[in-house]
Design a protein around this ligand. Structure first.
Ligand SMILES: C[S@@+](CC[C@H](N)C(=O)[O-])C[C@H]1O[C@@H](n2cnc3c(N)ncnc32)[C@H](O)[C@@H]1O
Length: 171
């Protein structure tokens, strides 16, 4: 399978059934037991990253790139805490949802800046680059290239997370 094929499949998924599924998981409505476990684990990841970044006490001075931002679960609290956030996602629907959630809590600021973009198209330099739970969707070789690209954008650090691949697992 080519890189383009993988990305097309992932993009189509996150603009259709994947969008509905993950928007629900990353919300506060009712979900099934497995989705509830994913929601709790995801929130723990978000809280951990926020704690790491806040512990340095300089968030207001930082530029942060949230690559594959989803519905803005990390970008929005980072912007609320004063960081300058550039948030992007390959899925238009995810970006639209993130913008809507951002408007609700941040009341029409220009931070975060949202963009629909494949993470390998991103350019510029950011103090910190973050990519949470995105690489699971790609084979190891492609994920390695993505990590290399994201590293090239980071002036100081790259934070990534990924879940173990679980075969035949439905939720
Ligand atoms: C499981 S969600 C995680 C969202 C967010 N990082 C979080 O932790 O809340 C995976 C996200 O990665 C996005 N994604 C997948 N491949 C991507 C790519 N090549 N470039 C940018 N975003 C991508 C999907 O559209 C989806 O929104």
């Amino acid at each position: 399978m080519t890189t383009t094929d993988d990305k097309t499949i992932v993009k189509d998924y996150f603009n259709a059934t994947g969008f509905d599924r993950w928007r629900r998981i990353y919300g506060d409505g009712e979900v099934n037991k497995v989705q509830q476990d994913i929601r709790i684990g995801h929130q723990q990841t978000i809280d951990t990253v926020l704690e790491w970044l806040e512990s340095d006490g300089n968030l207001q001075d930082l530029t942060i790139c949230d690559a594959g931002c989803g519905v803005g679960s990390l970008s929005i609290p980072l912007a609320q805490a004063g960081a300058k956030v550039f948030a992007s996602d390959i899925s238009e629907k995810m970006v639209a949802e993130a913008q809507m959630r951002s408007q609700e809590v941040l009341n029409n600021t220009n931070n975060p800046v949202f963009s629909v973009q494949d993470l390998e198209q991103l350019s510029g330099k950011y103090h910190t680059v973050i990519c949470l739970d995105v690489l699971i969707h790609y084979p190891a070789e492609e994920a390695a290239k993505m990590i290399a690209h994201l590293s090239s954008l980071a002036k100081s650090r790259l934070i990534i997370s990924f879940a173990p691949k679980l075969f035949g697992f439905l939720y």
